[in-house]
Write a protein that binds this ligand. Structure first.
Ligand code: C2O
Ligand code: CU
Ligand code: CU
Length: 512
């Protein structure tokens, strides 16, 4: 059946089903969806492609009529979409034009620890760091973001993020939509909160330490934009680049769409869905059939997550927007283009892995589980420490370790797990806290083996690098660790709610 939207149809707008909100915010769908520039690099005589990336301050009109000081890469909000062909040697030159240290991490890329851009690879202000690698993994929608120890949350919040697409022949030969910005759209979803002066407000309320949520919903850096698209198959490469909010993607008219890819690869076959949960840092590629929709407006939204079983357990991690849902992007469907694209019945071979190494357990636990959450409320000892941000972004950073993995908090000097290079391991991740945590590991991609002992749903059978683990749930992952990482450039595993990560919900592993 179709997605259920509380609130019924809104008068005067055909096909528009309300979430129980009287009307959308005025100014909604008034500005076009920005499409980040593509960076394809410059080929040198040795056959290496070079990409230039500069982190710098700027100003962005996230919300109509309001200039907000921001930080980003080569521009003011999202960085360029890096297009990297599979098997192509690349060098990425990252300049830090900010007044504070940063790092740049290629989220989902299978690269050695030295090139991973984690917390050990600090780029001091004014310096340039070069990452050199060759991606041999399949075509996928990856992304990049800073990863400095304890300051990932505020830097990403300030606007530092971008997409990295790996291209390969398999993807190119399938007949899928692949004209960038026309029928193959980057869709980076982020929520933000602004203060009265139009600056980004970060960790300014006590509850923010549970995960920073905003009340403005941006796609590619513009609040609730529209995109003009053709009546045909449309491919959306959706990245949830929010610091902490889980989105529950759905179309307002309840239409079915096809999930063709998860985080790190295409699926074996398209999976028809009407709602798709996407946790922070997760990606999905979806195909939407707009062939019969010339002249219509089709709205992509986040449906109420409150209806999703086991997603929200505590009032601390659910807000009014999670409960009601919110609009993201309006597709204005124009005439058809002769692009000759299709929805293939089969995509790629189903990946599989046979474990030959140890099974490890990771237990994600919160202090809330032991009943001690009084300090989260203002006046109970929660003291934000200051973080610098663009243009004096109102910012604090939590000073509490609220969630731990295996009872341990992130320690830059401690290696938590040692993996033997080449081993295929099972990682059993249990969440004994009340709220859901997206678990992520660096350096490799994994397959979900089971969720609470059951096979994962079809749309989660691609290669992945983030998995949402709900309260009380145990998820088994299987991964092969081919790339090396030593203690000086260890890989991370962590919760991708950035405020949890910054406050200790992260560990380090080496592969030797
Ligand atoms: Cu998206 Cu450790 O990173
Ligand atoms: Cu990562
Ligand atoms: Cu978490």
């Amino acid at each position: 059946g179709a997605a259920v939207w509380p609130g019924g149809a809104r008068a005067g707008v055909p096909g528009w089903r309300a979430f129980g909100v009287a009307s959308p915010r005025t100014g909604v769908f008034q500005r076009p969806l920005p499409i980040p520039a593509q960076a394809t690099g410059t080929l040198d005589a040795a056959g290496v492609r070079h990409y230039q990336i500069a982190a710098r301050p700027g100003s962005s009109e996230l919300v109509a009529g309001v200039q907000t000081p921001t930080w980003s890469y080569n521009g003011a909000w999202l960085g360029p979409t890096l297009r990297i062909p599979r098997h192509q040697p690349v060098q990425l030159h990252v300049h830090n034009g900010l007044d504070q240290p940063t790092t740049l991490h290629w989220h989902g890329a299978q690269v050695p620890g030295r090139m991973d851009g984690g917390p050990h690879s600090v780029i001091t202000p004014g310096d340039t760091w070069t990452a050199a690698y060759t991606l041999t993994q399949p075509a996928a929608t990856l992304w990049y973001h800073p990863h400095p120890h304890a300051y990932t949350g505020p830097q990403v919040y300030a606007g530092m993020a971008g997409m990295l697409w790996i291209d390969d022949d398999t993807d190119a030969r399938l007949g899928l939509p692949r004209t960038y910005g026309i029928d193959d759209l980057p869709v980076a979803i982020q929520d933000r909160r602004l203060d009265a002066d139009g600056r980004l407000a970060y960790m300014t309320a006590a509850r923010d330490v549970m995960g920073m949520k905003g009340d403005r919903f941006l796609v590619n850096g513009v609040e609730q934009p529209y995109a003009e698209v053709a009546a045909g198959w449309l491919r959306l490469r959706v990245l949830n680049a929010s610091n902490s909010r889980v989105v529950n993607l759905a179309f307002r008219d309840g239409r079915r769409f096809y999930v063709i890819a998860g985080d790190a690869s295409l699926l074996a076959e398209p999976v028809p869905m009407e709602q798709l949960l996407l946790a922070p840092a997760e990606r999905a590629q979806i195909l939407v059939d707009l062939r019969g929709d010339y002249g219509r407006r089709v709205v992509l939204a986040s449906d109420s997550g409150a209806a999703v079983p086991g997603l929200y357990r505590t009032p601390m991690d659910v807000d009014a927007h999670d409960r009601r849902g919110f609009d993201l992007l309006e597709l204005r469907v124009g005439p058809a283009l002769a692009l000759g694209t299709r929805l293939p019945a089969q995509l790629v071979e189903q990946p599989s892995l046979t474990p030959d190494g140890p099974t490890r357990r990771f237990v994600m636990a919160g202090m809330i589980a032991s009943g001690a959450f009084g300090h989260l409320q203002a006046g109970h000892g929660y003291a934000p420490r200051a973080a610098n941000g663009p243009g004096g972004m109102s910012a604090g950073v939590g000073d509490r370790n609220l969630f731990a993995i295996n009872g341990e908090y992130m320690d830059m000097d401690k290696i938590n797990v040692r993996v033997q290079r080449g081993a295929t391991e099972v990682w059993q991740v249990t969440n004994v806290s009340l709220m859901a945590h997206p678990f992520h590991m660096h350096g490799t991609s994994f397959l979900i083996r089971s969720r609470d002992g059951k096979a994962p749903p079809p749309h989660e059978r691609s290669w992945k690098d983030v998995v949402l683990v709900r309260g009380g749930e145990t998820v088994e992952l299987v991964a092969r660790f081919d790339h090396p990482a030593d203690a000086a450039h260890a890989y991370m595993y962590h919760c991708h709610i950035l405020e949890h990560e910054d406050n200790g919900m992260m560990g380090q592993f080496v592969v030797t």
